[in-house]
Design a protein around this ligand. Structure first.
Ligand code: IMP
Length: 429
């Protein structure tokens, strides 16, 4: 039996979809455990590109059970559109199960997300505007509506009435925005409930049964550790827990059931939205990486901010998530650069900081300490073994491993499913 958690070790968009998809080949079940349609995974299979926001990328393999856990917030309209799009391309979604306990996103969550961002002005977080934060706020405030409530007509009516009364008052009196109409939302969401009700299950039972019967189960995190509500660059974070600990809560399993945790990081760093980013490149090299790496958000299309690999973040992620291995993606994007840099520490007011600070004031003042490396010019997209890589690429990867303090198990050298170097078989490790 093997249970593997895959998390983003940076600010999200590390290419977890590709790594999950690749590892899903040997998995029996893939579980998504937090976040919502703020996430976006792009997976390329046989030259066809699939963009997934809610459904685990394991769906692209026939016969795998895919689970959306209780830690996820679900916009049913988006989920149904995703199911339809997969269906049209001949991908079966009959093995998808959705947690009864997952919370539902409503139009008032999206509106509240936007009006709150507008209110913040230049202090805005740069959210994806998908209503994620307000939906998790309702969950914590114990007024949220879960999938099990949505599919119960009477329960849903009462909960929606109660919520709309408060939300409409908040939207009009505090934000000067418009009211929502009960009948419209009720009608639309009753239809969504009919479409989705057959998929709604107690998924904790299903996941535990799979683990107990020796199946390979993959837990797929969305976003990244530095967007974690507890451990990220607060308040410039998302409202869920992308770090590994959340896999247990978001799937309904105990910590004793996890065998291995894999952190996915790009061979460089990116972030979207606002907030500090010590190794950000605001020059031509940053532009070059953005263009070559296609660094534009899957969900919002926003250009991603690009920078050098940050070893302080690597070590921090290793600690927060208990990483066993790293999967480094997009090494091929660095091909052609004359010089590369890796950040090994930060200087704050003359002192070296080896650990990632909690204070954003401190982080904003940190100057990265860099080591410089010669680049490589050879095309590496055909490399399938470490020894296929040019010496400079191998040296660069060795240093990434050393500064992060975690062995690298997988290296991505292109967007196709098979463009990977497997250093360690993660189901055997
Ligand atoms: P929210 O999750 O939409 O509330 O956005 C909060 C912050 O997380 C913003 O900086 C977003 O850009 C960022 N974020 C949310 N989802 C993703 C993702 O999948 N990749 C990268 N950044 C994300």
């Amino acid at each position: 039996m093997s249970t593997v958690v895959i998390i983003g070790a940076q600010w999200g968009d590390e290419g977890k979809g590709k790594v999950t998809d690749f590892l899903a080949a040997k998995a029996d079940m893939v579980v998504r455990y937090q976040g919502g349609n703020n996430a976006g995974h792009t997976v390329v299979v046989e030259g066809r590109e699939y963009k997934l926001h809610l459904i685990p990328s394991g769906i692209l393999y026939p016969g795998k059970t895919c689970i959306i856990g209780s830690g996820v917030v679900i916009d049913p309209e988006v989920l149904i559109a995703e199911l339809d799009a997969l269906g049209k391309r001949g991908i079966s979604t009959s093995n998808l199960k959705i947690s009864q306990r997952a919370h539902v996103i409503f139009p008032y969550h999206r509106r509240l997300d936007q009006v709150e961002e507008d209110r913040k002005g230049d202090q805005k977080i740069g959210t994806t505007g998908r209503g994620i934060g307000p939906a998790y706020m309702d969950k914590s405030a114990r007024v949220g509506i879960r999938m099990i409530d949505l599919i119960d007509e009477e329960e849903f009516k009462a909960l929606l009435e109660m919520n709309l009364e408060v939300k409409n008052h908040l939207l009009t009196a505090v934000y000067g925005s418009e009211k929502f109409d009960f009948t419209e939302i009720y009608g639309a969401y009753r239809k969504y409930a009919e479409t989705l009700s057959g998929l709604v299950e107690d998924v904790s039972v299903i996941v535990n049964e799979a683990i107990n019967s020796g199946k390979n189960v993959l837990f797929e995190g969305a976003q990244g550790t530095l967007l974690d509500l507890d451990h990220g660059t607060y308040p410039f974070v998302t409202s869920s827990h992308p770090s590994a600990g959340a896999a247990c809560l978001g799937a309904g399993i105990g910590p004793t059931k996890i065998d291995r945790v894999i952190g996915v990081a790009k061979a460089y760093t990116t972030r979207v939205g606002e907030g500090p980013f010590p190794t950000e490149l605001l020059d031509e090299t940053g532009e070059h990486i953005r263009a070559k790496g296609g660094e534009f958000g899957t969900t919002t299309g926003r250009p991603r901010r690009c920078g050098w690999f940050d070893g302080v973040i690597g070590r921090y992620s290793a600690r927060i998530n208990g990483l066993d291995h790293l999967a480094i993606t997009k090494l091929d994007v660095l091909t052609g650069l004359e010089k590369l840099k890796i950040c090994t520490g930060y200087i704050y007011r003359g002192d070296v900081l080896n650990e990632f600070p909690a204070s954003l004031k401190v982080l904003n003042e940190c100057e990265p300490v860099y080591e410089e490396f010669p680049g490589w010019q050879e095309d590496i997209t055909g490399a399938r073994k470490i020894s296929d890589l040019p010496a400079n690429a191998r040296k660069y990867m060795e240093r990434v491993e050393q500064v992060s303090g975690v062995p690298v198990a997988v290296i991505g050298v292109g967007s196709q499913r098979d463009q990977v170097i497997v250093v360690t078989d993660l189901y055997q490790a």
